[in-house]
Design a protein around this ligand. Sequence first.
Ligand code: AVJ
Length: 311
Amino acid sequence: MTTVDSRLAEDARAGLWQNPPSLPPRWFYDERGSRLFDEITRLPEYYPTRRETEILQEHSADIARLTQATTLVELGSGMSTKTRLLLTAFSTARDCVFVPIDISAEVLTQAADVIALDYPTVRVSPIVADFHEPIPELPAGRRLLIFLGGTIGNLDHGERDAFLRRVRAGLTPGDHFLLGADLVKAPSRLVAAYDDSAGITAEFNRNLIEVMRSELDAEGLYVDDFQHVARWNPIERRVEMWLRARRDVAAHFRVLNRDWTLPAGAEMLTEISVKFHLPDLRRELSGHGLEPVRTWTDQGGDFSLTLARAA
Ligand code: AVJ
């Protein structure tokens, strides 16, 4: 068993027998899941990627000037598509180092190679790591650590607190942190972004069942027995994705040596996507020694980028 498998087994043991059962969203991103997510970012209903790209197009030069950074570090970098806008701004100003950090060594190597080819003046120095663990020791220099896409929304209040502590601990006073966060808006638009009419998000969510089936060697677990559910939780201010059993589910996980049941109509929680009010977010950052310098939003105020300075 690989490390990844045993981590999934750990997460499954910790989450599937809780009430309600749950699994953390990082397991969505196997090869098919990553492809489906890529499709999601292009859906008409899914605005965050487009809005964040617009903000970066507009303000990357400002970010380069305000931070004077020489070392750009990206957490959860994936293919670093949006990051190219920052790399262009930074590498025009001065020589720089790019440190993509991702859990997938495969994705990381691919992305690093392409970036190195396209940006000859940028030294690319990838690190395999998980943002649920301490930030690895970063190369010296004035750093800008970025966490884009609104992925901070996957963390609940306690997880966010721990994450922001790790971010602050990984930086030196004067370094900067750039955070992409989705904002509270009409629930109808929020839910549509996670329940698109083409059914891509439904496939993305249901793919988790296939990941569980194959990675945990399950018997009696079928994707077709689960229905995609997305709803707005106004108390927690988050979109939640659930998988609802269409009929009684009785599965056996050979890797865990455990049985799992989910009665018809019952649901498992697969993702939270917290949405923010800017004053709260800025307060949360400064409470963690990350002093907001500037916040940008798109024209419609859908999505935000906040630049903060490590105190
Ligand atoms: C990658 C976590 C930012 O929460 O919007 C998109 C994931 N899930 N559609 C988000 C996601 C369903 C996405 N993040």
